[in-house]
Design a protein. Structure first.
Lengths: 297, 288, 362
């Protein structure tokens, strides 16, 4: 048994090597990059150290746009998708027939390629010379003039992005909330009913507190996920997100790193660290709020 | 008596109405989820000319055609994208299993100094967003000259702290006595892992494998950074390429056919492993 | 194979900052002769399972040596010791069939001990026949009853022909009826194979009924070792006397004065070649004889007829327990109209213990 001490490290070795090379080292490196002013990967040179990179991106209109887009996306989709998934899970919990079928259907977007299905959304919304797009045709029944959702006004593009983002994140939330609701013991409901509790009171006093840790978990992961939005936008608006005014922070990072405007890993690093700090702050605020409001059974 | 009966009746109708409303609500969402899939399938069977002649898109087609599928494989190297993705997915998943299973075993079964410290460090890594490390990884892979190679594609994606954690939890469910019994019989640690732990924890191993396969199949960002040679495109990058440069003109039915081909394998995998996937995701969900 | 333990100790390091070092086994020495069935007996937490794990090799002793025959095995890994072990919860591999479970240890053999597939199967069926589970070989453990699982676990322990067979609380997971059956079974299998066997139990009846030798432990210390009847008839101290026997021994406060034994004011027996002192008196339930001339008077609170025997439930102000039981022949004349009984004591069923040390003085 004593032998196992050194053997344990042998078992851990591959994981440590890979994590060290592709997680720990890059983590340290990204901080270094972010302070190396104007590092250019083509010439492998930089002209000093300091906060220049941060100042640069904070004055870059593309970054500010990405920041704005990301914040709108987060503030719209996280509450909306959480609320909608809660409603759907509650509805699911109240039915027995074909519940399994509904659950399977609802989960489908989780396993499909975001890029691929995004293209379908684009087509549904897109106005072309041949057709105004299915969504516009439906809107026209309500007397709405056709809107160019994909290349038109900012709010229309943002709307499409939000709709698609909600569609993409719903499966995970519905699944988590459904299993949370299923884990609330039937006895609680029976006991409440025996006491003549109304169903609204049962919901607010029993169901909600019992699943509040899970709702909270969804809000936190939802925030983190939405702040990292990128491929949804690419799916609908193509790879040149700056031109479409639909770039996100993560998109900005990749654009700085690679592509037409790429080759500036230090700007990308600075943007990545700004993103990290934002996410960290929001998470900490969330955790503080949680302490006050969430029931911990 | 009469009164209570009619009260009962109105109660029953109210219940039925509420039930009906719930089903309508659930069905609306089901349609919202399924409609894009239906539309994509439908469009992929419409001919180019008939699609473009419909100002109001029809929700059925009277003359289904396979021409778009043939087009999808002929006009763009969809089959190559497909093959690349299969190679990438299998290689990544296989190497990942070889890395995480021993690590989870060490954490769950073996005793060594600093175990809890190392495990805490591992958990801490779970908090690190991918965007933070992808920059340096991109630079190192580029400097190593591994762009446009499978090695460059695979290597950074083969460890997952989350899956190590999931497996470790599952391994720890196995009673200690089984390990002692195997020890008394002279079973080596490695053999115990292969012959006892893995078979008992097969459900978790399958879950982890399937989740990783999904992740690989849908991965877009890293492959996009690391490949600019079409010969190494994965399906996600391929679909983007098709959209921007494929087919010479905006051929939406052919695009939809490619989208169907790309989505189908995962939907099949999902329908087979439905329970395992949903359980696995519910247990810890997607990281981040 | 005889097993010798020589001043064996096992101490566990303290847990946490405020924890105390735990001495699970304290300076143990005894010898288990070849081919005997030995029961390690004691209340829970007395270190008997630790001792078993030391013999098996899952624990390394802090001090002392273990010998199998003349060979020391203290430093050997479990698999090198040639022991078979049956775990309390059986530890059957849930994903393997009964046959695969039994073969499992054989597959670990290497070098010259390596067996062919056929030999393994033959060996597996031999032990399966011995424990009578041949017809269950294709089943999974979850499809077996507790008793059947127990047999599979024994078969798996026996298949590699161990030098020593170890059983950890083998009967504790079985219901009362199966327990009786299974302990006979263990006895039979041990007789047929002749393998030196050690088993751990907290149930003294179980140990008494099938063991050649019993080892009584308390707080990591060896109390007494001997044949069950010897230990019962000749306990070394109050703990051993109390631990063995159902119903338990009856104990009283007593005193030796002028070579006579008093319980309370009543002189109950003489003569004793002991100095005057206060003692504890232990009387086995079968050591009471109700007769007119009996000098020990007790209050009779109930009388339970159990066929061959009658159990008298009595009270006495000097007894350590509120009520105590005596077992007497059913043809003994007992006047149930009276509220008291007069009893004489059988001399060989009475033990005296020192009040301070609780050691036996007579």
């Amino acid at each position: 048994m004593e032998k196992s001490k050194s053997k344990a490290w042998l078992y851990l070795l591959p994981a440590i090597i890979f994590l060290g090379a592709f997680m720990v080292y890059p983590l340290i490196d990204v901080f270094i990059y972010s302070f190396e002013e104007g590092y250019n990967s083509a010439s492998q040179s930089y002209f000093g150290t300091g906060t220049y990179n941060y100042l640069y991106i904070l004055h870059d209109p593309y970054f500010l746009m990405a920041l704005k887009n990301t914040f709108i996306l987060v503030l719209v989709t996280v509450p909306l998708s959480t609320l909608l998934s809660l409603l759907i899970s509650l509805a699911l919990a109240s039915v027995k027939k074909i519940r399994g079928l509904f659950q399977t259907v609802y989960f489908l977007p989780y396993v499909t390629n975001t890029l691929a299905v995004g293209m379908v959304f684009m087509i549904l919304f897109k106005k072309t010379p041949y057709t105004e797009g299915l969504v516009n045709i439906i809107l026209s029944f309500f007397g709405q003039a056709p809107i160019d959702f994909i290349t038109g006004p900012y709010w229309a593009k943002m709307l499409v992005l939000c709709v698609y983002t909600v569609w993409v994140v719903m499966p995970f939330k519905i699944l988590v909330l459904t299993s949370a609701l299923a884990s609330v013991k039937e006895e609680y409901y029976s006991a409440a009913r025996v006491d003549g509790t109304t169903s609204f009171r049962i919901f607010t006093k029993i169901t909600l507190p019992m699943i509040s840790p899970m709702i909270f978990y969804l809000v936190i992961t939802g925030f983190i996920g939405a702040f990292k939005a990128y491929s949804d936008a690419v799916a609908i608006f193509g790879t040149d997100l700056n031109a479409a005014e639909m770039n996100t922070i993560v998109g900005y990072i990749y654009d700085m790193l690679y592509g037409n405007s790429g080759g500036y890993p230090s700007y990308a690093s600075a943007a990545a660290i700004v993103l990290f700090v934002i996410v960290l702050t929001i998470t900490v605020i969330n955790l503080l709020v949680r302490k006050k409001h969430v029931f911990n059974g | 008596m009469k009164n209570s009966n009619s009260l009962k009746k109105s109660n029953i109708t109210r219940k039925a109405l509420r039930k009906g409303a719930v089903y309508v609500f659930l069905s609306i969402w089901a349609i919202a989820v399924l409609f894009p899939f239906y539309y994509m399938l439908l469009t992929s069977f419409k001919s180019y000319s008939s699609y473009n002649s419909e100002f109001v898109p029809k929700l059925y087609t009277s003359a289904p055609t396979l021409e778009n599928y043939i087009n999808a494989f002929k006009a763009v190297p969809l089959a190559d994208y497909f093959l690349n993705t299969v190679i990438f997915t299998i290689a990544t998943t296989f190497i990942m299993l070889c890395v995480i299973i021993p690590a989870a075993f060490a954490f769950s079964r073996l005793e060594f100094k600093g175990k809890s410290l190392v495990f805490t460090l591992f958990l801490a890594l779970m908090m690190i967003p991918n965007e933070l490390v992808v920059i340096t990884n991109f630079v190192s892979i580029t400097e190593l000259g591994l762009r446009n190679t499978f090695t460059g594609l695979v290597l950074p994606s083969v460890t997952s702290v989350f899956y190590i954690y999931l497996l470790k939890e599952s391994f720890e469910q196995i009673p200690d006595e089984l390990y002692y019994a195997a020890k008394v019989d002279g079973t080596s640690d490695f053999k115990y892992l292969c012959r006892v732990m893995l078979p008992i924890c097969r459900p978790t191993v399958i879950t982890v494998t399937v989740l990783k396969v999904i992740e690989c199949w849908n991965s877009y960002v890293w492959p996009r950074l690391i490949t600019d040679n079409e010969a190494y495109y994965l399906v996600s990058n391929g679909i983007q390429e098709i959209r921007e440069n494929g087919f010479g003109r905006e051929n939406i039915p052919a695009m939809m056919a490619s989208v169907v081909v790309i989505s189908l394998p995962l939907i099949v995998v999902f329908l087979i492993f439905r329970k395992k996937i949903m359980e696995g995701v519910a247990r810890g969900g997607l990281k981040g | 194979m005889k097993v010798v333990l020589d001043s064996l100790s096992k101490r566990f390091p303290p847990r946490g900052k405020k924890g105390k070092e735990v001495i699970a086994v304290n300076n143990f020495s005894f010898e288990i002769p070849h081919g005997k069935l030995v029961g390690l007996l004691g209340p829970s937490g007395c270190g008997k399972s630790t001792l078993l794990n030391l013999i098996c090799g899952l624990y390394k002793p802090t001090e002392g040596e273990i010998f199998f025959g003349d060979e020391t095995v203290s430093e050997l890994a479990p698999e090198k010791r040639g022991v078979g072990m049956v775990f309390q919860s059986y530890a059957l591999y849930p994903h393997l069939s009964v046959l695969q479970n039994i073969i499992f240890p054989l597959e670990n053999l290497k070098g010259k001990d390596k067996l062919s597939k056929e030999e393994m199967k033959k060996r597996a069926y031999e032990v399966a026949r011995l424990v009578q589970i041949e017809e269950l070989m294709d089943r999974r453990p979850s499809e077996l009853s507790g008793g059947q699982q127990q047999r599979v676990a024994i078969a798996r322990a026996l298949v590699k022909m161990p030098r020593v067979l170890l059983l950890d609380e083998p009967l504790s997971n079985l219901d009362a009826r199966l327990r009786l059956q299974t302990r006979e079974e263990i006895r039979r299998i041990q007789r047929e194979t002749g393998i030196t066997t050690v088993f751990v139990t907290h149930d003294q009846e179980e140990a008494m009924s099938i063991c050649d030798l019993i080892v009584v432990m308390k707080d990591g210390l060896l109390q007494q070792i001997g044949k069950p009847q010897e230990v019962y008839d000749d306990p070394i101290n109050l703990f051993v006397a109390k631990f063995l026997g159902t119903p338990p021994i009856c104990t009283f406060d007593g005193e030796i004065k002028d070579g006579k034994l008093y319980i309370g004011k009543q002189e109950v027996m003489s003569p004793f070649d002991l100095p005057d002192k206060k003692v504890y008196v232990g009387v086995r339930p079968e050591g009471f004889v109700p007769e007119e001339c009996g000098k020990f008077i007790c209050t009779l609170s109930a009388l339970e007829v159990m066929g061959r025997d009658v159990s008298l439930v009595m009270q006495n102000e000097n007894a350590h327990t509120d009520k105590f039981r005596a077992i007497v022949d059913s043809d003994m004349p007992i006047d149930t109209t009276k509220t008291t009984v007069s009893l004489s004591l059988k001399r060989n069923k009475v033990f005296l213990f020192d009040k301070e040390t609780e050691e036996r003085v007579y």
